[in-house]
Design a protein around this ligand. Structure first.
Ligand code: ZN
Length: 423
């Protein structure tokens, strides 16, 4: 049976390929003696040229009119652009398959998946080049959209129906890169050299309902994700644009969740001063465990009891209680500095840790969304052992993964007449 399946599929693919080839042959792509070259000149018809494009039905030969521009010395085939066949020579259908495979697994594995599942043979290098070209295009389109929104040339209509609460979870994580990409940057390694570059990430989602226990439930398929290697200032503009696109100006409650890093609150304050800021509860708990460890030499066998009481304080948002219970132990020197730093995290973030109040308002106080998005979106694909990325390569693959994590929302939102109008 398996052998028969494989043989029949191969035959059908060949048959399909020749049908597609005949279909394409109906238009030879002659668009008159001259066409615009795309850089302000006119290109002149030269001859008909053949090109083989890879499709989901296998390689297909295409004969189309070829034009040449004397002024800039480059040639083009208008038909290629019309068909959406990029320089990589992949049909749009195959490019979409290739994007999905390369976003999910390393390039060699992606080539294997495409061969086993789709019966299409590509080299790992080809998979990589095509996926990076798609991802780079996607990232550029996202930046352009953000630029238009910021310049008020594109005014997204508020989502309909309007969600009650919109969240933005913001985080950063390191991606291992080649040594060229970290030249001149200080790192945490023993030799002081950086081995990673930070990618900043924002996950937007909405929430309308509480479950039977009174806990907020994330609206299904409401996530959209943006990410970039650019510095916080540039990332902030992207976050602002995505927030506007998601209706931040219209929802009743906008909440920004972060791990406590100062740059996150800098962006929140500058871009969305009206938003409620929340430190992810799981991160705050980790910091409390860390504080207890630092005090262990004083607490001795009361450590567990002390920690349990402080976790309860934290759950209530009673930061003064945590500070008082820690300051009870008079310390000096290095130990005091250590504790001051550890307590500073709580003192500086106290308004963002009013967990009892946030819960009463039916808000998420950290649901592991921060960790989950970084681990699954970035870690699973980009932080595998032995991986060293170029920033542009990683940026492209992250763009593809962000699109997949946002898929349903993007599908709705990219229908131009329902969501956006030009100002
Ligand atoms: Zn030209």
């Amino acid at each position: 049976m398996e052998a028969a399946e494989a043989v029949i599929r191969a035959g059908l693919l060949r048959l399909g390929g020749s049908v597609l080839e005949q279909l394409l042959a109906a238009d030879r792509g002659h668009r008159g003696p001259r066409v615009p070259c795309g850089r302000g000149h006119e290109a002149v018809f030269v001859s008909y040229r053949d090109k083989v494009i890879d499709t989901v039905l296998g390689p297909v030969a295409l004969t189309r009119a070829w034009y040449h521009c004397a002024a800039c010395g480059h040639g083009l085939a208008p038909r290629d652009a019309e068909l959406g066949v990029a320089e990589e020579g992949m049909s749009p259908g195959l490019a979409a398959m290739n994007d999905r495979a390369a976003a999910a697994v390393p390039f060699k594995g992606a080539a294997g998946l495409l061969e086993d599942l789709a019966g299409v043979r590509l080299t790992a290098k080809r998979v990589e080049r095509a996926a990076e070209a798609s991802g780079a295009g996607l990232a550029a389109a996202g930046r352009e959209r953000a630029r238009l929104i910021a310049a008020r040339k594109l005014a997204p209509l508020p989502p309909s129906p309007l969600p009650d609460k919109l969240y933005a979870v913001i985080d950063g994580t390191g991606v291992p890169v080649t040594s060229k990409e970290t030249a001149g940057r200080d790192g945490k390694g023993e030799d002081g050299r950086a081995r990673t570059r930070e990618v900043k990430l924002a996950v937007f989602f909405t929430q309308d309902k509480l479950d039977s226990g009174g806990y907020p439930v994330r609206d299904r398929d409401s996530s959209s994700v943006i990410a970039t290697f650019e510095p916080a200032a540039v990332f902030g503009d992207l976050v602002k644009a995505e927030g506007i696109r998601r209706g931040a100006d219209h929802v009743r409650q906008l909440t920004i969740i972060g791990d406590g890093a100062a740059w996150i609150w800098g962006i929140a304050a500058a871009k969305f001063p009206e938003a409620t800021q929340v430190v992810d509860l799981f991160h705050a708990r980790e910091h409390l465990h860390d504080l207890a460890r630092r005090l262990e030499f004083m607490l001795l066998d009361r450590k567990e009891e002390w920690l349990a009481a402080r976790l309860e304080d934290l759950d209530y948002g009673y930061i003064d209680g945590i500070v008082a219970a820690t300051r009870k132990y008079p310390l000096t020197g290095v130990k005091k500095d250590e504790i001051d730093t550890a307590l500073g995290y709580f003192e500086n973030n106290a308004p963002r840790m009013r967990y009892h109040w946030f819960r009463q308002c039916g808000l998420f106080t950290g649901s592991g969304v921060v960790e989950a998005s970084c681990k699954s979106l970035i870690g699973q694909r980009l932080k595998q052992s032995g991986m060293h990325w170029t920033v542009s390569g990683a940026d492209a693959i992250i763009a593809l993964r962000c699109r997949e994590a946002s898929s349903t929302w993007e599908a709705i939102c990219n229908t131009p007449h329902t969501q956006t109008r030009t100002a």
